[in-house]
Design a protein around this ligand. Sequence first.
Ligand code: ATP
Ligand code: MG
Length: 427
Amino acid sequence: MPEHQTAAILSIGDELTLGQKLDTNSQWLSRRLMDLGVQPVEHATVDDDLERISGAITRLCEVVDLVIVTGGLGPTSDDLTRAAVARALGVDLVEDPRALRMIEAWYRSRGRDMPPANRVQAFRPASARFLVNRNGTAPGLSAMATGATIICLPGPPSEMRPMFERWQSRRLRPPTDRIVRTRVLQTFGAGESNIAGMLGSLMDRDRDPLIGTTASTGVVSIRIRSEKASSTQQADKDIDREIAHLRDILGPLIYSESDTPLPEAILQRLISTGQSLATVESCTGGLLGQMLTAVSGASDAYAGGWVTYSNAMKQTQVGVDPQIIERFGAVSRECAEQLASGGLLRSEADHCLSITGIAGPGGGSEAKPVGTVWIGLASADASPDVRRFLFKGSRDQIRLWAANTAMGMLRQRLDGIEGELLGEAGR
Ligand code: ATP
Ligand code: MG
């Protein structure tokens, strides 16, 4: 059996090529393959078209050792993966009685008869094998083409992922002579180009471990990847050495030495020190609260919050002085500070974050252009931290920057560090 050194992922579906759905299967599969020591070298996406699907399969089989196809295994006429694989292999489709029984049993266990349409899912290319689907009706497929293994997985991630795991634990053959290890560090506070400047030649493409960055609204992830070490121990040692280096250079910009998202990192710090947080949001309309409560276990630290969109709500809910709003406006240092301190008082939490700003595209002025956001942090045992930011981008981006940056400010306070954050335009 040949090794699987390289892989390609082929995603099928009009909904992907037409931009109605985002292809998250490729991202997930690539990460898993990397962990398993197989190098993903290509992502391809085609619509529900028999010629184009089989053409892509044929082409990819010539360039990689493993082709993973997702989607198009359902029972409808636009589900063409079975036929496309048969065509690429130059074999017929045959009905598999065992698969038919499996699909019938799946329906029976749910107290239903199999709809006649689902019978096509029991067809497979003559030379292919079925992969059991425990989470849906569509069986997967595996087949050998000249030079490559092809596997076909259902489109829904909840069916695709467990089927891939079952297959890889038995059949995946990562190269035995290649050890790939990756680690991720997360930073917040500096831009990607800033970080690249600080790292300098550490980011040269011919180094091993190789260091790369990706940025997402303020969070810059740093990926360290070793693939030339002689053993896993050596690779881990090389990566540890590299991380020590990165710590020296980036210091407090690093908020996590794993791939922990910012909200989770904040909550972990609060929970481990027995502290609580409340929020008062205006222009983010609850986005910060949503990001925090998306983390399971958030209730151990997140008390709750207010969405005070109108001036009246700012006054009645958290007690902002009407004269403050009259004199300085709702988007002002004074208002941000009162939102935070009012929220702190009424929630009895240890910290309260407030956000008030102009997310645009309308509503800006010369003095307060679109993207102006005041963020306040009030804490039971420290003086308030209130800062003005000027974020760029669409309404969505400005709101996301604001929510992330609020967490960035709290993280600075919790870790006892200072420093200007991206977009900061005055305190
Ligand atoms: P089903 O039996 O559900 O029809 P299928 O194998 O035919 O499975 P598709 O019809 O192609 O799969 O896709 C079903 C759903 O799976 C899509 O509507 C989409 O929500 C999800 N899906 C498909 N491909 C992807 C992908 N590459 N990334 C993320 N989600 C996907
Ligand atoms: Mg389908």
